[in-house]
Structure formats: C-alpha cells, structure tokens
Design a protein around this ligand. Sequence first.
Ligand code: SAH
Length: 344
Amino acid sequence: MSSIYQFTLKQLENELLQLHQKPFRAKQIYEWLYEKNVYDFNQMTNIAKALRETLAATFSTDLLSIEDKQVSTDGTIKYLLKLDDGGLIETVLMIHPYGRSLCVTSQLGCNMGCRFCASGLLKKQRNLASHELMRQVLTVAQDTGERISHVVIMGTGEPFDNYDEVMNFVHTINEPKGLAIGARHITVSTCGLVEGIRRLEDESLQINLAISLHASNDEVRNELMPINKAYPMDRLREAMAHYIKATNRRVTLEYILLKDVNDDVKYARQLAHYLRGLNAYVNLIPYNAVNELGYSKTSDEKIQQFKDELLRLHINCTLRKEHGSDIDGACGQLRAKRSGGEGR
Ligand code: SAH
C-alpha cells in the first residue's frame, strides 16, 4: 500500500480528484496528519465515513518502527529506525537553544566513499522515498511529543544522488498547511554534486545549502573524497559562485579537521584564498573518530589555530558544537554496528 506521506499538498489534491473528491479534502487530511498528529483515517472526523474507508484502503499511515534509541547526556537522541523492507537507518535529534533539529537519512547506505565517514561502510542499497524521510520526522515528533523546528538532510546518503525524492520531502515539510518548517530552517548538505547545486538554484526555495569541502586543494580532497575526481574544486567553486549569484544566498562550507591530514594552518590560508570573493562561511567540524577508518581528531588547540587563521584572513567561520559524542560517535556507526559493517 502506498504511503500517504509521499504527497505534497498539490499532489494530494490531484490524488483526491481522482477519487472524485474536492481538493479542499487534501487540506483537511494535511491538518490531521501534520497539525493534529492524527495518523489514523478513522479519526479524521470531518471526513465522511465512506471516504475515510476508501482512504484507509488506499493509503498507509504507518510511521517507522523504533528499533533502538540512545539518549546522550546533552539531550541528543539517536534513533535506529526500521523501514518497511527491514532496512535500518539512523535519525538524530539535537536540542538547540533555538529549537529541535532533526538530522535525517536520505539513502540506505552511501556510494560517495568519503574515506573518513562511517556511512560509506555500507554501500548504497537504494534511495529513500520522500515518505521515508517524512516518516523519520513524524516518528521522532511522536516519540518525543515535541515539534521539530529544523531539519538537516545530513544523515547517511548523498541527497543530490536522490534529488527528486529529497526535494519532494523538502516541499512537503515546508508546506504552510502541513508541518510548516520554514525554508530557512531546512539545510541540505552535499559532497559537491555540481548538477544538484545547479538544480537547487531553480527551485526558488530559501533553504540552506551546505557543502562538504574538507580540504583546501585537489590533492588532499582527492584523497579524502573520491567524488572530487569527478567534480574538482575549481568546478565546485564555479557552481557555488553561480548559485550564490542566482539565489543571493550564502553557502556553508563544512570542513572536518583531521589530525595531520588537513589541519595545518597552511591549509587555512589556502582555504581563505579559495573562498576569496564568495559569500560563504566555514563551519569547522571536530572529527568524530570512526575506529575502522584510521583518522583521528585534531586537538582543540590546533582547531583554534586553524579558526584564528581563517578569521585573521576575514573568512567567516564557526566551530560546530559536538552533539551526542557519548553515544556512538559518528553518523552511521550505530547502523554499521547493527548490520555487521559489511560491504565496505
Ligand atoms: N553526503 C552529504 C550528507 C551526509 S554527510 C555530504 O557529504 O554532505 C553529512 C556531513 O557529516 C558531511 O559534512 C560529512 O562529511 C560529515 N561527516 C561524515 N563523517 C563524519 C565524522 N565521522 N565526523 C564528523 N563529520 C562527519
């Protein structure tokens, strides 16, 4: 049975037209699902019984099942969720002063092969459908009883390798009659698939774009992120410049500091040079060590030096606060452990 959470409001209106129903029914259904958190057609009392029965026979309202849950001392909750086909994914809830942010998974496994990342320990089995992204949000909201105010598409997977489903999800959570998560509260993070950046330009959406850079030159980036061979840094820079100009939005560059790999201050200088003239800011990320992969975290002192050098060169930058470092560290680790970590 197909999931009711796969539809944007417009798409649901069309579905209802096919069932010979007026489009306003779609808004009513949206209100029940996304405002009133009622996930059972039978309880949608302003909808006629016959239609409720048809809906229940046509669409599933199932959320995802919670297989495991780890709660950190800082309030972060890491969920291991099970998809209908048995696939396991991670979803992480982070508590911030400004709200509750959910980090969602976009693919079952990942093929980008970044050397430092636990997600790539399991190769991509398939893309997630938009309703599977939506059900991550609803499952966690229901479990905690609190509204999710921010969504970051930064879990396992490369969102631009699953562009259509991810964008369908973005439009659905952004819908004012639905969850109404503001575009500026939604972030999509990519390893730098240039076509995806181009496509995002045309969406006329104000969501945040984050790009995983992690290096200041092609030599180091080729080593860390094989995708750089397909989209080297000059092409990536061109795509960013184009995006910034077309959308008038700033982009975020993520830079994980890896001990003795990319953390020397000379790389901060190179990075500043690369970013000169771009409306971008750098988010420095302390590495969450993954045992099997052989990289380690840069010392706090060196991180500070790197940051100071960027600031000295007038590059905006912030240091990402670590969340849930006491609960199975890096993204993808919980899942890799459960699934036996095969397929590397
Ligand atoms: N494929 C997308 C989104 C998923 S990864 C992308 O590459 O952006 C989300 C972010 O987490 C990326 O910046 C990624 O490089 C980073 N990341 C992966 N493993 C990490 C680890 N062990 N410690 C810290 N950040 C990590």
